[in-house]
Ligand binder design. Structure first.
Ligand SMILES: Cc1cc2nc3c(=O)[nH]c(=O)nc-3n(C[C@H](O)[C@H](O)[C@H](O)COP(=O)(O)O)c2cc1C
Length: 195
């Protein structure tokens, strides 16, 4: 039984959850202030309430402090310099250095291919829980899967054994400086009903 049946009418999508789901946007620029660790920890706890087949709880979270974040920014600059040149690296570094909060979500690497796929799906659900929970507290996120997240040096820096876990996303968080507009295609393109 849903926990809010006493306060919310049945058969009606809860307005607050609807507003959070629709309103959440991927945020590219943040205000400099860092959200409190307490709220971030609460959102990380909520992330773990995502569905997960066979109850594998395949997810892990790493909350990066400023020293580690700085090392990630430097590593990213090194990777981009090699791939695209110094000018591109400098512009990324400027942007990345301003990100207030950093979380990395990893997933256990099951040997069975179906288990691996379902575990990855569960971790994606966990990231969305995290993003929605933070958004409900006025905190924006960007789920990034940029090149750095696949680089062996990133795994080393964070102390992740790539034979055991894979990185599902780097999640930036902070108070949005700008909330972009977004659209979705028509429902007809998404939904097909059968008798
Ligand atoms: C698996 C996954 C990987 C993503 N990787 C990136 C990324 O590397 N860089 C980025 O700017 N956004 C990334 N995003 C965010 C999407 O770009 C974003 O969700 C999309 O533009 C829709 O915007 P919205 O989240 O505001 O609805 C990623 C999203 C998902 C689900």
């Amino acid at each position: 039984m849903p926990a809010d049946t006493d306060s919310a009418p049945m058969n009606q999508i809860n307005f607050a959850i609807s507003a959070v789901i629709r309103g959440r946007r991927t945020i590219g620029s943040f205000r400099p202030d860092v959200p409190s660790k307490d709220v971030v920890l609460e959102a990380l706890d909520l992330a773990r309430w995502a569905p997960n087949h066979k109850k594998t709880e395949p997810w892990h979270a790493i909350l990066l402090g400023p020293e580690t974040a700085k090392a990630v920014v430097a590593l990213n600059a090194k990777i981009i310099t090699a791939a695209k040149g110094a000018a591109e690296a400098e512009s990324k570094t400027k942007k990345w250095a301003q990100v207030p909060g950093w979380i990395v979500i990893t997933c256990d690497q099951a040997t069975d291919p179906l288990r691996r796929e379902e575990d990855y799906a569960a971790c994606c659900c966990a990231i969305q829980n995290l993003q929605l929970a933070l958004w409900s507290a006025g905190i924006g996120t960007k789920w990034s899967t940029g090149d750095v997240t696949r680089h062996p040096d990133f795994y080393s820096l964070l102390g992740i054994d790539s034979s055991q876990q894979s990185i599902v996303g780097l999640v930036w968080y902070g108070y949005p400086a700008v909330v972009p507009e977004q659209t979705r295609g028509p429902m007809e393109a998404f939904l097909r009903e059968l008798p």
